[in-house]
Design a binder for this molecule. Structure first.
Ligand SMILES: [Zn+2]
Ligand SMILES: [Zn+2]
Length: 247
């Protein structure tokens, strides 16, 4: 309706060059019928627009001007209030973040401590395993060492007896003892030196940065992708969002 009016020359030029009614000769157009959206004369009001909602053009325009001012003021006030609300919310978010930073850092520390605690349990388990194994491994090695000692003594005794009794020994005895000695010397002795079978060992796993980082979690420090800072404004009321959307 507004467009129609502004395009209608009768509005802007009515005062300077009054238009005449096409139905009633010599009657100037000075009334607007709101129901028909037509400009009419005072005779039309009594005839074809009887009981219609009409106003003089002057009054209708004055009403509209007044209404327009009021609605512009309303828009202005609402807009300012909305910005005020957002600015207030922004300050609140900053304060919230200051508080949150502390609690979040505390939570991070707790999470870290929990990981370290679990790691420590695993470390202790490995430590216990190593100590357990130390006993059994060393018992095994000790058995081998004892057998070496026994062998050494046997050899030593045989050598001694040959040395002492060479003159009195019968040929048969000499051959027997010599054979025994050769047998002892040729028999294998477990080689513990350099045999990893007898070593206690812990092999460290891979220290993977990505795995460690995933264990530590993620910080959601929003980069203000949402200019409304998570406020529940719809697209109509959020000016900032509207602006970005129009770009
Ligand atoms: Zn008329
Ligand atoms: Zn009418």
């Amino acid at each position: 309706m507004a467009e129609k009016e502004s395009q209608d020359p009768s509005e802007t030029h009515a005062q300077e060059h009054p238009l005449m009614c096409k139905i009633h000769a010599l009657m100037p157009i000075e009334v607007t019928c709101e129901d028909c959206e037509e400009f009419i004369c005072s005779d039309c009001v009594k005839e074809s627009h009887k009981d219609h909602n009409w106003q003089t053009i002057q009054t209708a325009a004055a009403n509209r001007r007044r209404g327009l001012k009021r609605s512009l003021t309303l828009i202005e006030e609402n807009g300012i209030q909305r910005i005020d609300r957002k600015a207030k919310r922004a300050s609140e978010v900053m304060k919230e973040n200051e508080k949150r930073c502390e609690t979040e850092v505390f939570r991070l520390q707790k999470h870290f401590d929990a990981i370290v605690e679990k790691l420590d349990i695993i470390r202790k388990r490995h430590e216990a395993t190593l100590k357990d194994k130390l006993e059994s491994k060393n018992a095994e090695i000790n058995k081998i060492r004892s057998s070496m000692e026994r062998k050494k003594n046997d050899i030593f005794q045989l050598v001694e007896s040959i040395r002492e009794n060479t003159s009195t020994m019968t040929d048969i005895s000499l051959i027997k003892i010599h054979r025994e000695l050769t047998k002892l010397l040729s028999s294998e002795v477990a080689d513990i030196v350099g045999d990893s079978l007898y070593f206690l060992r812990h092999e460290g796993g891979v220290i993977d940065d990505a795995i460690l980082a995933s264990m530590m979690g993620t910080c959601f420090c929003a980069e203000l992708e949402d200019p409304c800072m998570g406020m529940n404004y719809d697209n109509k009321t959020c000016l900032l969002k509207k602006k970005t959307m129009n770009k």
